[in-house]
Design a protein around this ligand. Structure first.
Ligand code: SF4
Length: 237
């Protein structure tokens, strides 16, 4: 059966409404300056939020500025961010990005992105080694409030099960396909709520469909689903 774009948009809107009702209306707030958001997102690769936030805090405490990080030996950066995992790889990448920004702009800052068109800013960020569509989208959305949807493993899994995107698309192409279904003002809350839902209810191994407010709109559930138990503390269950 061919599902047309209009049906998918309507489903995405219904899913957004249900998530808003479940988790609350969410207004965008800045998560800090764009270079900090970029470094934090790079640190978050292949580790938990808790570990990456700790590594980021350690980095900011140890070095007084991004220039100081850029000028530090990679081994010192790696020792500082050890709690975030893959410290040697991440330290080298972060330092290379800082150096690249400095060489291109004469400053170790990405504040100029606030005045750059979204597509141009996205391309600029993705030019850095180790920065893909998800990392670029995180910087643009969390720091600058641009309607660019980051698709992480939770957003991808839940969206695929709902039938909003085909699995064969892969995470990279899913960014544009999924974002195209959402009005700009909906992108931020959709992202945050889908991650929360993916962690608490639509979990990777056995989704807790019996506790899910999205099941009436879910292809996976209609195809048989998984009537797992409600997670502890799930509202209304
Ligand atoms: S009904 Fe089940 S598979 Fe569908 S979104 Fe909810 S938890 Fe995930």
């Amino acid at each position: 059966m061919r599902v047309d774009e209009e049906d998918l948009r309507e489903k995405a809107a219904a899913v957004g409404d249900l998530l808003d009702a479940e988790y609350g209306i969410l207004a965008w707030r800045s998560h800090g300056e764009p270079l900090g958001a970029l470094v934090l997102t790079m640190l978050s690769q292949h580790t938990s939020d808790r570990n990456s936030e700790r590594a980021y805090d350690d980095l900011r405490r140890r070095f007084p500025s991004w220039d100081a990080v850029r000028e530090a030996p990679p081994s010192e950066i790696a020792d500082t961010i050890r709690s975030g995992g893959l410290a040697d790889v991440k330290a080298a990448r972060i330092r290379a990005v800082l150096q690249d920004i400095f060489e291109k702009t004469g400053r170790t800052s990405l504040d100029f992105l606030a005045g750059t068109a979204t597509e141009e800013a996205k391309a600029y960020l993705q030019d850095f080694h180790g920065v893909g569509p998800k990392t670029a989208a995180c910087v643009l959305m969390f720091s600058l409030g641009r309607p660019v949807l980051p698709v992480d493993t939770h957003v991808f899994r839940v969206s695929h099960r709902l039938g909003l995107i085909p699995k064969r698309l892969g995470e990279a192409k899913a960014h544009e396909a999924l974002q195209a279904l959402l009005p700009p003002e909906r992108v931020y809350a959709f992202h945050v709520h889908m991650i929360r839902h993916g962690r608490r209810v639509c979990v990777a191994q056995t989704p807790r469909c019996g506790a899910c407010v999205l099941r009436a709109r879910c292809d996976y559930y209609r195809a048989g689903g998984a009537p797992g138990p409600a997670p502890a503390g799930t509202p209304g269950v």
